[in-house]
Design a binder for this molecule. Structure first.
Ligand code: SF4
Length: 516
């Protein structure tokens, strides 16, 4: 729902919306960064008597790494709903005026990186829809794979959509099911029976905060306690720490938590939960100071580096990281290899999304806007550089070139994850398969040549699983193995695979002629 047509009280904040909201083709640091891009972060708080919009602001601030395109907060005082959302970082969308315009006892918030629907202000979240039980706010992390089918079905029933997101499809589906179900929880359960894909969701009604996860549990969602009697939901525990809440538990795959003045109630809504947590949350996405399934992300990444050192040793003078995400694995590599760890690349700490277009000369400098080599540490040295993943390979190639120009005599590249060969359909934005370097160049030696490194080693799937020390079968590893835990419909698959990569059956499903 757009601010301008919302029946709820809203606030159009600062300059951020007025000019940033117009730009669909904005330049970001991601334009010269071929990393896996995060999906979204969600946050919710039920705390009567507390400044819940401010708590949500700081919760979203801690989840900024999960999405930098837009941010929003919806709040209710039990009667009215308030909503502020706009394009930009949390700190750009919310100023003191925006926060003080919101009042209530329950709030939800969202930071977004678009995976379905364009990067437009109308697609920012939370969104608010009317249901038989009253207004309902919703914020979603993840991506449905059957959005098109569900949307067409709902449109056939007369539902009109305001946005192009799968999140609105979810909200409208719950609202549609609410027409015939005895409670909102039953409506969510009925909707869950029809939705396929990844969704960790916080829901807001006039008196209740809900949080629930898809039956595969692909994206994280956790519950915390605030001031001994209130509750907080967040994509990651790091957001609980920031607002002074203590971690209670993760919401299980297919589970819903209902939070009211009387406390929390848990409901298992999925008949068959099949946990398939995104392994990239462990490798890269979640903050290192978070923990998932009881595992510290920082320690898991350090162990990935240790496994990597055992699988792919190299002789060198120094181990450096591609900061920040490669840092824990580089420390682990140094620990296991007994080669000293040091800083070799300095990250511009203050870089974030900018909507200012660089000129051609600055574009050519590319990665240097974000990373600059430390010549004193690199000159005359043989260097092991540890990165968490390679997607397209353009940034990695530039980094290797930059290290050589700074005087490194040898550059040995080590990647703390297996080759990224298949696109993600579950809420992480990656390019088409033919743009993935490891899909184009199947041979590691060919990838190494393309990157320009002296040697290249990827962590194996087995080494990765050992590092997180959890059973392999509770993870989604689809982008590393091609085994998708939730079937991808042919009409979606064709958006990221070339037609000839689809099976004959899938091609037929698209009503296209097959090669045979
Ligand atoms: Fe995560 Fe990869 Fe699975 Fe996507 S395909 S959910 S990025 S493990």
């Amino acid at each position: 729902m757009n601010n301008s047509n919302s029946p709820m009280s809203t606030h159009a904040p600062s300059a951020a919306g007025s000019h940033l909201g117009q730009s669909e083709a904005s330049f970001t640091d991601s334009d010269h960064d071929d990393a896996v891009r995060d999906g979204c972060g969600v946050f919710g708080v039920h705390a009567p008597g507390h400044d819940v919009p401010r708590i949500t602001f700081f919760g979203l601030f801690a989840l900024q790494h999960r999405g930098q395109e837009s941010a929003g907060i919806a709040v209710t005082d039990g009667q009215q709903f308030g909503l502020v959302r706009d394009m930009g970082l949390v700190s750009q969308v919310f100023d003191e005026d925006a926060l003080t315009s919101l009042h209530g006892s329950i709030a939800i918030g969202h930071t977004r990186y678009s995976t379905t629907g364009s990067s437009l202000v109308c697609n920012a979240q939370p969104l608010i829809v009317e249901t038989r039980f009253g207004p309902m706010g919703l914020a979603h992390n993840g991506n449905l794979v059957n959005t098109t089918t569900l949307r067409q079905e709902l449109e056939a029933f007369g539902v009109q959509f305001q946005t192009t997101t799968d999140s609105e499809v979810i909200a409208q589906l719950i609202a549609y099911e609410a027409k015939t179900q005895p409670s909102l929880i039953d409506a969510v359960k009925a909707a869950m029976g029809r939705m396929k894909g990844a969704y960790s969701i916080v829901l807001l009604t006039h008196d209740t905060l809900y949080g629930f996860r898809d039956p595969w549990g692909i994206r994280p969602l956790c519950l915390g306690r605030l001031n001994s009697k209130h509750h907080v939901l967040a994509s990651e525990p790091c957001a609980l720490d920031v607002v002074g809440a203590t971690f209670l538990q993760e919401i299980g795959a297919g589970e819903l938590v209902e939070i009211t003045d009387d406390g929390c109630k848990f409901h298992m809504l999925a008949e068959e939960a099949r946990p398939s947590m995104c392994m990239f949350e462990f490798i890269y996405i979640a903050r290192p100071d978070s923990h998932i399934y009881g595992r510290s992300l920082h320690l898991s990444r350090r162990r990935m580096g240790q496994e990597l050192a055992r699988e792919h040793p190299a002789e060198a003078d120094i181990v450096i990281a591609v900061p920040d995400t490669g840092t824990p694995a580089a420390i682990g590599y140094a620990e296991a290899s007994k080669i000293p760890y040091g800083e070799g690349l300095i990250k511009n700490r203050y870089i974030h999304r900018t909507f200012i277009q660089p000129d051609q000369r600055l574009r050519e400098l590319g990665v240097r806007m974000k990373l600059n080599p430390l010549r004193e540490a690199l000159s005359g040295k043989s260097v092991i550089v540890v990165e968490d993943s390679i997607v397209r390979g353009t940034t990695t190639r530039n980094i290797v070139k930059m290290l050589r120009e700074a005087g490194a005599t040898q550059v040995h590249l080590r990647i703390s994850s297996p080759p990224y060969r298949w696109p993600c359909f579950y809420g992480i934005d990656t390019c088409e398969q033919n743009q993935l370097l490891a899909a184009r160049e199947k041979d590691v030696a060919a990838i190494c040549e393309h990157i320009g490194a002296d040697s290249l080693g990827y962590l194996s799937v087995e080494g990765l699983v050992r590092a997180v020390s959890l059973p392999k079968n509770i993870f989604c590893l689809a982008c590393l193995t091609g085994e998708y835990p939730i079937e991808i419909p042919a009409e979606l698959k064709v958006s990221k695979f070339s037609l000839e990569d689809l099976s004959e059956e899938e091609q037929l499903a698209l009503c296209m002629p097959t090669n045979s």
